[in-house]
Design a protein around this ligand. Structure first.
Ligand SMILES: [Zn+2]
Length: 287
């Protein structure tokens, strides 16, 4: 089966003005329309994004349409809209986070790409080096280029390392102060420049809970568009130390038996995938 999402080729990432877009953007094109972190979606049936035809009347003439490629053969664009515009009531604004586990996984990924590209475009109207206005890349690359000094700004991702630390049948989980609902999750942290992923992991676990780890094994990666992270996920073994919390960040942490786990992150997150993987492995081990 062919992939449902065909990303735009690296020279085909053009940005179009909404005015005159009719010549290049088909009415049937799928639109990932965002207002901040909220995306326009039709939830009447299986969640679906609107076509250009459905929202064209509310897209301002100076809006920029970012070409993302194709979804099931249909051209795909991202656009930033004003939430106040009078949209059709069959469409809803929905926080992208709430569509995790609701949208088809590959469609969620495409929407995550759209919001990151819109953020990048909003944050790079002016050159970070000399302050002059930027313009779209003439060769169709996904870049905003300074009109004075030529400096090019490409979308950036921020690598983040996440790990579950296990000790026999137990798993180390922590509740950060920012988790309002009492959820426990894997430990995670941003990579510092110059670090390897393994070095970040050892440092973060040591800083956040005071524990040493070993036997670090790569698990998987996930694009996480809140706001622009690449999650690199690892499994690690407890290697020593007593739990000592970094109290500014961590409210509570502990080792939990795989049959008696607290409230966990939602399905669709890589943290949950790792925890489920550990539970399945322990269950099989004891079967
Ligand atoms: Zn410049």
């Amino acid at each position: 089966m062919p992939e449902r999402y065909q990303p735009a080729a690296s020279r085909d990432m053009a940005i179009f003005n909404a005015a005159g877009a009719g010549a290049v953007v088909p009415g049937s094109a799928l639109m990932l329309a965002f207002a901040g972190s909220q995306v326009l979606v039709d939830l009447a049936g299986p969640p679906r994004f609107p076509s250009f035809y459905e929202i064209a009347a509310w897209v301002p003439a100076d809006a920029e349409l970012h070409h993302l490629g194709h979804w099931e053969g249909q051209a795909l664009f991202a656009v930033a809209l004003d939430k106040q515009s009078g949209l059709d009531e069959s469409l809803d604004w929905m926080d992208l986070r709430r569509l995790l586990g609701v949208l088809d996984e590959s469609l969620f990924y495409v929407a995550g790409r759209a919001t990151q590209i819109l953020d990048w475009a909003r944050n790079h109207r002016f050159c970070g080096r000399c302050g002059a206005p930027t313009a779209r890349h003439e060769g169709g690359e996904r870049a905003l280029v300074c009109t004075r000094c030529g400096f090019g700004a490409y979308p950036r991702i921020n690598p983040c390392v996440i790990a579950i630390v296990t000790r026999g049948d137990e798993i180390l989980l922590a509740r950060a102060h920012r988790f309002a609902n009492g959820m426990f999750s894997a430990l995670a942290g941003f990579m510092e420049v110059g670090e390897t992923a393994e070095q970040t992991l050892i440092r973060e676990v040591r800083e956040e809970v005071g524990v040493e780890i070993g036997d670090i094994r790569y698990f998987a990666s996930q694009s996480w568009p809140f706001p622009s992270n690449l999650m690199l996920a690892y499994l690690a073994e407890y290697a020593g130390g007593e739990i000592r919390l970094q109290e500014e960040e961590i409210a509570e942490a502990g080792f939990f038996h795989y049959t008696d786990l607290p409230l966990l992150p939602p399905a669709g997150s890589i943290a949950r995938a790792m925890i489920d993987h550990f539970v399945a492995e322990r269950t099989a081990h004891h079967a």
